[in-house]
Write a protein that binds this ligand. Structure first.
Ligand code: GRG
Length: 305
């Protein structure tokens, strides 16, 4: 709550002035974009052009995760004035902020690597409003480019020389893989279970946000208690983010989403809006249990939604 309030306070003061909260970290986001571009240069030209695909074309996505992390850093980096000298403290704060910017970059690289692999698994043809990498350069290069970004993220992570932070973000990669596997391999009982959905969503979406928020707090030298609050904040924000993403899959257009809509239901993936619809209209359960292979069943569910 305390962290949430501080972030909200930071944001609401600019919202009242009619400004976008993203503007608070606008400069740092443009530094992040440049650093990401410089970090993905590869030796082999084909791999370089694949890895650079999103970063070099100015196709940047919403930058939701880096924005949250930089705001979290603002909320948690408490400036303690006094001895040894203001100058020393300022230099230390600047160094700390740079290390937290590295976390924002690493998080975005892990995120983009997961998007590249996800589009291969889903055979998606658009992402961020342009052709997905697998569509433009093929599945093989898309997988390799994802691996390459992940490797660059690991090297950047190791350079922070903080074993707890390395361990947190390395575990996130396992969580991403676990969440995706849970989504691919559900039994019919699990497909309609809200508990299973929330567990999968934690792994697939919230873990990256919550653990990187915790990393920001740890680097700021915050107590275990505050670091856990940062983790909880990121977890709830991540779950909320996915719930909204699930709704947008039904309500958005290709234009607003930058990718196809209705992708989940067409892949037979049962997301929160359908789970809530089943609670209200139990007869839908039988339709879902038939597997949603039949387009008429998909249309029926859409009618109820
Ligand atoms: C190689 C790290 C790695 C993982 C492989 C494929 C896979 C395992 C995991 C997929 C995880 C995944 C894509 C989860 C969905 C998360 C999500 C809501 C993505 C959309 O994020 P936005 O809307 O995208 O922030 P932009 O484009 O704005 O950055």
């Amino acid at each position: 709550h305390a962290i949430g309030r501080q972030i909200h306070h930071q944001s609401s003061s600019v919202v009242e002035d009619g400004l976008d909260p993203f503007l608070l970290v606008e400069n740092e986001l443009s530094i992040l974009a440049n650093r990401l571009r410089s970090m993905v240069v590869a030796e082999v030209p084909k791999l370089a052009s694949a890895a650079e695909y999103f970063f070099k074309m100015g196709v940047e996505g919403k930058r939701f995760r880096p924005t949250v992390l930089l705001l979290m850093a603002t909320a948690l980096n408490v400036h303690i004035p006094g001895p040894p000298s203001e100058k020393v403290i300022d230099a230390l704060s600047e160094e700390l902020r740079k290390r937290q910017q590295r976390i924002a970059e690493i998080t975005e690289m892990i995120h983009v690597a997961s998007l590249l692999h996800d589009d291969v698994l889903d055979d998606a043809d658009t992402r961020r409003g342009i052709g997905s990498l697998n569509f433009v350069m093929g599945n093989k290069l898309a997988v390799l480019a994802g691996d390459f970004l992940l490797s660059r993220a690991c090297v950047a992570l190791a350079s922070l020389k903080n074993t707890e932070v390395v361990s947190l973000l390395a575990t996130v990669v396992e969580h991403l893989v676990t969440g995706e596997t849970m989504q691919m391999t559900t039994t019919s009982e699990q497909r309609c279970s809200m508990e299973y959905y929330l567990q999968k969503t934690y792994y697939k979406t919230a873990s990256l946000i919550s653990n990187s928020c915790k990393a920001i707090a740890l680097l700021a030298g915050q107590t275990t208690e505050v670091s856990m609050l940062a983790y909880e904040y990121g977890k709830n924000l991540g779950l909320a983010f996915q719930l909204i993403d699930d709704v947008l899959d039904f309500t958005g257009t290709s234009m607003s989403l930058g990718k196809g809509s209705l992708t989940d239901i067409r892949h037979g993936i049962i997301t929160a809006p359908i789970l809530y619809a089943i609670e209200e209209f139990p007869q839908l359960r039988a339709v879902v249990d038939r597997g949603l292979d039949n387009p008429a069943d998909v249309d029926l569910i859409l009618d109820y939604l």
